[in-house]
Design a protein around this ligand. Structure first.
Ligand code: KG4
Ligand code: ZN
Length: 345
């Protein structure tokens, strides 16, 4: 089955074509990143994001079909990100997908963006065993999910304030390094000594498994101010490297602590921040040591992409063949109700 996936939840417009069934492969992936447009503002401007999706989505779809060597008539299903995300951006994808579904009489499957991040490692590893624990760590989310089986997930922990990627983006913005901050901290890591500065690991007052990142940013800014550390100095690179190292250790510590109390057969780490070299290296080392099968999303499927949307769309189509996603409109009530109501097309 040939599936066309559409992702427009944030600042990447992405269209992918995947083949599922007898063969399982990503045939095409076209992504237009809007980083250059949002970079001067140090963060995403929702109106710019929506307008740019609007201008890009049609051309990207044509390019994806050409890359896959297919025509629209070969496509058998559409998959779309319904949320969470920026509402203007999501609406562009929804309007475009509904138009295509109507014009070409195609089934349309809407998927949850976070669940798609969890699905991303399955693109290269269909053997991943359940039950599993998944850490989704991105610019909008830092959550741990326990999945007894596909589509049966439970939130184990989430961030009480910022997401891990968001904290990196804010720190980079504060020092005028650019946007997004995560890849910049990744690149600068080799210039610094990660042992030079210490960051205390936060503990939840209720002893719960949730994350909290805002204290890391405050501690970093406090140390930079107290020692009058200037951007570009060796102390600055040491401080950034120590900060990144502390964040990574915290993510690993919380994830492995949660895994200890659950009968998990696999550990998944996905989302934009899972592209980080240090995180990948340290997670791999710890999991090898503890003999936990670790599945990291491939770097290109860590950040937002449409291949993971199409991949999950197919799984959802198999699991819920009679669900009708066509009369969806975007609000949290419809999202909650379409999962439960199972309307027939
Ligand atoms: O998954 P994603 O593309 O979008 C969301 O759903 O949020 O993640 C974007 C986040 C940004 O905060 C960005 O700074 C972070 O992922 N990121 C990284 C790296 N590449 C992207 N963080 C650390 N190291 C990286 N190499
Ligand atoms: Zn994402």
């Amino acid at each position: 089955m040939y599936i066309l996936g559409i992702e427009s939840s944030c600042d990447e417009t992405a269209v992918a074509v995947v083949e599922r069934g007898d063969k399982n492969a990503v045939l095409a992936e076209q992504i237009k990143s809007q980083v250059d447009l949002h970079s001067p503002y140090g963060g995403i401007v929702p109106e710019i994001a929506a307008r740019t999706h609007c201008a890009a989505i049609d051309l990207l779809t044509r390019q994806a079909l050409r890359q896959a060597g297919l025509g629209i008539d070969d496509i058998e299903m559409l998959a779309l990100t319904l949320g969470p995300g920026l509402v203007g951006s999501l609406l562009i994808g929804l309007a475009f997908a509904k138009g295509m579904a109507l014009a070409h009489d195609l089934p349309l499957v809407a998927v949850d963006h976070i669940t798609a991040h969890i699905e991303a490692p399955f693109i290269s590893h269909q053997e991943i065993a359940y039950p599993l624990l998944a850490l989704v760590v991105s610019g909008g989310h830092t959550s741990l999910f326990y999945l007894e089986e596909k589509f049966n997930s439970r939130v184990i922990a989430k961030t009480r304030d910022d997401a891990a990627g968001e904290i990196m983006d804010k720190v980079a913005k504060h020092f005028g390094l650019g946007y997004p901050g995560g890849p910049l901290l990744d690149e600068l890591f080799v210039k610094g000594d990660p042992e030079k500065f210490t960051f205390k690991m936060p503990r939840m007052s209720d002893g719960g498994p949730d994350f909290s990142f805002s204290g890391y940013k405050s501690a970093l800014l406090r140390q930079a101010q107290a020692l009058a550390i200037q951007p570009g100095s060796q102390d600055f690179y040491d401080l950034l490297a120590s900060f990144l190292s502390a964040l990574v250790n915290y993510l690993i510590h919380k994830t492995l602590a949660a895994a200890k109390g659950l009968p998990v057969r696999s550990l998944i780490v996905s989302g934009g921040v899972s592209r980080n070299s240090l995180l990948r290296q340290r997670f791999s080392r710890e999991c090898t040591h503890l003999n936990i099968p670790l599945y990291l999303a491939e770097p290109r499927y860590c950040t937002d992409n449409a291949a993971m949307i199409a991949w999950l769309g197919y799984e959802k189509y198999l699991a819920y063949p009679s669900l009708n996603y066509f009369d969806l409109y975007l609000n949290s009530y419809s999202r909650a109700s379409f999962r439960e109501s199972g309307k027939h097309r």
